[in-house]
Design a protein around this ligand. Structure first.
Ligand code: GSH
Length: 166
């Protein structure tokens, strides 16, 4: 995907609380690459603005615009930086150790990270409160029914067990 801008500047679309973006900021700084930081406020929903949608239709940060090329997703950006800017290599040269590093990075960014996304957390909290509310309603109904039926149950228990328990 090519950006509409043909400027040779390097821009990182990021948000302060985004750990995916931290990875790229670490990588850029470790490689000594200058970049312009553009904040996309995920709490205000700026990832859904038409301007940002043109840059990343999937609505998430980080996105790197480098020499007119747009790369999104932290692992892809990381590999792009590693290939394009070989100074201060961040991955080991040995294929096995390289694979181990990529394995750890893939587990974090593809298996763990998606569960922390704001859009996922919203649904988790929604279902948590829904089931909590449902549980409270069931408890209240059980208590009301038990209270209402108590005289009936008392008479029934008394008739079965006899009067010695009272
Ligand atoms: N696999 C992606 C995940 C990107 C991602 O989850 N970004 C989060 C911030 S860390 C985001 O932009 N979330 C927006 C939202 O949940 O609406 C990566 O590693 O870059």
């Amino acid at each position: 995907m090519k950006a509409s801008s043909s400027s040779s500047s390097r821009v990182l679309y990021s948000f302060w609380i985004s750990s995916c973006s931290w990875r790229i900021r670490f990588a850029l700084n470790l490689k000594g690459l200058q970049y312009q930081y553009k904040s996309v406020d995920l709490y205000k929903g700026e990832q859904f603005t038409p301007e940002f949608e043109q840059i990343n239709p999937l609505h998430y940060v980080p996105v790197l615009v480098d020499d007119g090329v747009v790369v999104s997703d932290s692992l892809a950006i990381f590999m792009y930086l590693e290939d394009k800017y070989p100074q201060n290599q961040l991955l080991p040269a040995d294929p096995y150790r390289r694979a181990l590093n990529l394995q750890a990075a893939s587990i974090v960014s593809n298996s763990m990270q998606p569960l922390h996304m704001k859009s996922v957390m919203v649904w988790v909290f929604f279902f948590f409160f829904f089931f909590f509310f449902f549980f409270v309603c069931v408890c209240v109904c059980v208590c009301v029914c038990a209270t209402a039926l108590f005289p009936v149950l008392r008479i029934r228990v008394k008739s079965i067990l006899g009067s010695q328990i009272y």
